[in-house]
Design a protein around this ligand. Structure first.
Ligand code: SF4
Length: 407
């Protein structure tokens, strides 16, 4: 958008609003599909693509460019692990939309499935890219699917589900549209909404899904969030904080993909590192301690291990004898203490500076973690009697043969 005006601009005092090609295409796709559905439902993640989608569409309705459907619903995913500026901006946006008569609901995973409760209460190790990516589905996709099924069940008539999936123009031109997250700074979980939700039980056949910003490039998103959306003519949305979360002025170059603070799957905590470079948000720097903590928790000293051949129900031998498993109770209590200290350190500074508080682990979640630990809770197929994973053991091979420990 920026630098490519060949029409009269708002700055030139033109009367009518100026939309560039990207917004015009969005408008056209919404004009084609919007009016044929009674209700529009947004699966809102709080990230940049999702925020741009929601504010652009609501603006187009408010500006009279799109006919208003019977209802608009916004289901907002709260993973409890978002970057602080995104959490604050998301809350402000929900408040504003509610005041406009739009149905807004915050969707959070059930207590026992939340990131820290599942990890420190049940003992499941931090997610990784290989065999143990439990987080996206559990803290984002499943709760959103359940909430959508419920909301859609309440609505009579046809439903258009609007997602923030974005692939960029070149991907569309080259036919490279894939639903992975991480392309061109796309958000974790968004592609999943697109793929998983329409197949969900109770939703199937009842809804159509549309990604009206599919063709937007990352620069279109930032121009909207930083320049247009905050202007009165475009709705005066408080979206610059969202752009901040991606690095403010340099956001386009960084093209960061945010997700959870300390995302255990990202190679580095780029989103957080970018945010804390902005002086206003620098007080959340202690959150950088989360990622190394997850790394530490994955070490053998903090986990249990199956000691020998594991027989399955049918008598066969499990493929991976002596596999490493859950976090020890000591590791869980240590990690709980670390997370609470990190949060407290941020919040002492927040109070001193008059900034928003960090809330990644609240009193209810802490109490539940301690309760699950006191109830000696372990993941399925583990009972806590297994040796610690750094204990020297006889080697057991996949065929069941044993090589005694060499002393
Ligand atoms: S952002 Fe990272 S930690 Fe969060 S759900 Fe996605 S993959 Fe998991």
């Amino acid at each position: 958008m920026s630098g490519r005006f060949d029409q009269p601009t708002l700055f030139g005092g033109a009367q009518r609003l100026v939309y560039d090609e990207a917004v015009e295409l969005t408008l056209q796709s919404m004009q084609a599909y919007g009016p044929t559905h009674d209700h529009w439902v947004f699966a809102f993640s709080g990230g940049k693509d999702s925020t741009a989608t929601l504010t652009v569409i609501v603006h187009l309705v408010e500006a009279g460019r799109l006919p208003r459907p019977k209802s608009i619903s916004v289901l907002s995913a709260d993973t409890r692990m978002e970057l602080t500026p995104l959490t604050i901006a998301g809350n402000l946006l929900m408040e504003r939309l509610r005041s406009m008569g739009i149905y807004c609901e915050v969707v959070t995973a059930p207590l026992d499935k939340r990131f820290f409760v599942y990890m420190l209460g049940r003992g499941v190790p931090p997610p990784n890219n290989n065999t143990l990516r439990w987080c996206t589905r559990q803290i984002k996709v499943d709760p959103m699917t359940a909430a959508l099924e419920r909301r859609i069940g309440e609505l009579d008539g046809s439903i258009l589900m609007i997602t923030g999936v974005r692939q960029g123009e070149s991907a569309i031109r080259d036919g490279r549209i894939a639903m992975s997250c991480g392309k061109d700074g796309a958000e974790c979980g968004q592609g999943w909404y697109q793929q998983v939700l329409p197949e969900a039980k109770g939703i199937r056949g009842k809804i159509a899904t549309l990604a009206p910003l599919l063709h937007w490039r990352v620069c279109n998103v930032f121009d909207w969030l930083k320049i247009y959306a905050p202007m009165a003519e475009y709705g005066a949305w408080e979206t610059s904080m969202v752009a901040d979360a991606y690095g403010g002025e340099e956001a386009e170059e960084i093209n960061a993909r945010t997700g959870c603070v300390g995302c255990a799957l990202a190679s580095e905590d780029l989103g957080l590192k970018t945010v804390i470079r902005i002086p206003y948000w620098s007080y959340i720097e202690p959150l950088l301690g989360l990622k190394p903590l997850y790394r530490e928790l994955r070490q053998p000293t903090n986990r249990l291990r199956k000691s020998g051949v594991e027989r399955l129900k049918d008598g066969s031998i499990a493929a991976n004898p002596q596999r490493m498993g859950p976090l020890t109770m000591e590791a869980r209590l240590y990690a709980l203490d670390r997370v609470l200290s990190i949060q407290a350190e941020c919040n002492e500074a927040a109070i001193r500076l008059g900034r928003p508080l960090v809330d990644i682990l609240n009193a209810e979640e802490e109490a539940r973690i301690r309760e699950l630990i006191s109830l000696n809770t372990w993941p399925d197929k583990w009972d806590g009697e297994e040796p610690r994973a750094d204990t020297p053991l006889d080697a057991v091979y996949a065929d069941g043969s044993v090589q005694p420990l060499l002393m």
